[in-house]
Design a protein around this ligand. Structure first.
Ligand SMILES: *Cc1c(COP(=O)(O)O)cnc(C)c1O
Length: 444
């Protein structure tokens, strides 16, 4: 593969943008390929190389790169009528109605411009509503670039994970390992009265893909109820992907107090949203006292793209299609692992997938059929990752330095590290799956 154009572009980019990129995960070693355009389930780079794209913008693209006529038309129409106004528009109401109609825990919603903004606002809202300062987050959970959740450490011994964040921010954030029922119980025993909220992804989607163990979310729900704390589901990645239109909360049958959205709900344009019970969401200004505002919030082009994407998904069996592709991908990879690398674990659900280079397991051992669901009767139950630390201890260097480049050379674009999820879209075809599985066979 020739990468001359990308190399030159990266050379220029390094002079004017820190690390040559606008989001740190894009700075692939030794340099990223620059995308010229998307095409169905593929991207074409600046040198004309074509890749089957399983990054899908890191999650927002449910329909792939070729938007259906009705979505395309709605976006063009809105853009041609002037980009935005600083006054409300009908399309915001329509998208809010759509979201509240389909997501069980959401009665009202406030749209913002990124997943980060959504989680920042959700934490402020929970603190304002409860009058408490502490939040509980999962180690290996990701909630965007926000001060309160960029922490490392255990329990109450937490520190900011980035320079530029005062120690005092981390003082209010307690961390527990995902899926560890005892750890979260202990944290509530000691700090229950001060905990405003537990903030968690329903599935860790930015750190391996880790499925919850049976009963974990129920326990979080119960602890929050007993202590007057709120349960916040960060569905920025799982929203309108896992569980279809009802989102992961519908699939798991959990009723969170607050839900954050991003990614798919904006149909590929910058977006975030905070939804939940009216009593809580109405604490946002101007209905309530918790300040929340934004020049671009509810942007008409974004709202139109999100609304028409979700309408299209509702009317066209999109979820059946992408979930079936996900199933085929995960079980296809699992078969390859059985022959070539039985110590590795296939993870994911619905249209999310990944292979974690875990270190234990034997030929002929057996595994979950199409991705780890933390099934206690699965022979790999003891070996599959239960939390962020387990994922971190996998062969992450081998994944990034040897496996990822080998896949790229065969024209398969994966998220470039061990931690981020990969996605199927409505634009992917059977041939794309076959191409990818052949590449896995070769690269693993
Ligand atoms: C992507 C993501 C975010 C951050 O969203 P941005 O739009 O990148 O700010 C927050 N939480 C989760 C679970 C995410 O996957």
């Amino acid at each position: 593969m020739n990468h001359e154009q990308s190399r030159d572009l990266y050379d220029r980019a390094l002079s004017v943008m820190p690390g040559g990129v606008n989001s740190s995960v894009r700075a692939i070693q030794p340099y990223p390929f620059f995308v010229q355009k998307g095409d169905g389930g593929h991207v074409v780079d600046a040198d004309g190389n074509r890749y089957v794209d399983f990054v899908m913008g890191y999650g927002p693209l449910l329909l792939g790169h070729d938007l259906p006529e009705q979505v395309q038309a709605a976006i063009q129409q809105r853009a041609s009528e002037g980009p935005m106004y600083g006054a409300p528009t009908e399309v915001e109401v329509e998208l809010a109605e759509f979201v509240t109609r389909h997501v069980p825990g959401v009665e009202m919603v406030r749209f913002v411009n990124s997943g980060t903004e959504a989680t920042v606002s959700a934490v402020r809202l929970a603190r304002g509503y409860t009058g408490r300062d502490k939040i509980v987050v999962m180690q290996g959970g990701y909630h965007g670039a926000q001060e309160s959740t960029l922490v490392e450490g255990h329990g109450e011994h937490t520190h900011p994970s980035s320079p530029g964040i005062p120690e005092s921010f981390a003082e209010h954030t307690l961390t527990v390992p995902f899926n560890d029922t005892e750890a979260v119980e202990r944290v509530f025993e000691e700090h229950g009265e001060d905990i405003a909220a537990v903030l968690t992804e329903p599935i860790l989607g930015n750190y391996g893909i880790v499925h919850p163990v049976e009963g974990y979310h129920e326990q979080l729900r119960q602890l929050c109820d007993e202590h007057g704390s709120l349960l916040i589901f960060d569905e920025v990645i799982t929203g309108f992907r896992v569980g279809g239109l009802q989102c992961a909360q519908g699939k798991f049958g959990i009723d969170p107090d607050i839900t954050t959205f991003g990614k798919i709900v904006g149909g590929g344009f910058p977006v975030g949203a905070i939804g939940g019970k009216s009593e809580i969401i109405e604490q946002f200004t101007p209905a309530g006292e918790v300040f929340q505002s934004g020049t671009f919030s509810g942007h008409p082009v974004t709202m139109a793209a999100g609304l028409e994407t979700l309408r299209y998904a509702a009317e066209n069996d999109v979820y059946d299609h992408v979930n079936e592709l996900g199933e085929r991908m995960r079980s296809g990879i699992a078969d390859i692992l059985e022959d070539q690398a039985p110590q590795y674990t296939v993870v994911g659900t619905d249209s999310m997938f990944k292979v974690i280079f875990t270190r234990e397991g034997e030929f002929g051992e057996g595994h979950c059929e199409a991705g780890c669901t933390q099934n206690p009767t699965c022979p790999r139950y003891e070996h599959c990752p239960k939390n962020g630390m387990d994922v971190k201890q996998a062969e992450t260097e081998r994944w990034e330095r040897l496996f990822w480049p080998a896949m790229k050379e065969q024209g398969v674009f994966l998220t470039p590290n061990q931690f981020e999820s990969q996605f199927l879209s409505a634009a992917h075809t059977d041939t794309d799956i076959e191409t990818a599985l052949e590449a896995y066979k070769d690269a693993l």
